[in-house]
Design a protein around this ligand. Sequence first.
Ligand SMILES: [Zn+2]
Length: 62
Amino acid sequence: MAETEIKKYIINTATGCMHIKDMCRFSQGLTSFVSFDTEQEAVEYGKRSIKTCKICMNQRDR
Ligand SMILES: [Zn+2]
């Protein structure tokens, strides 16, 4: 399955929102996204234009 190729951090390129894989339903079933191994890579890719998903961040920090 293609999903196994998705790395941990995902940016939905349609919304500019960064998610963590499988942390919320919005990070699943995306059709336009880029994925990264680390949060830092994702942030560098998106620069200031990305938002972070509150649901994913709350789950991670729990
Ligand atoms: Zn999310």
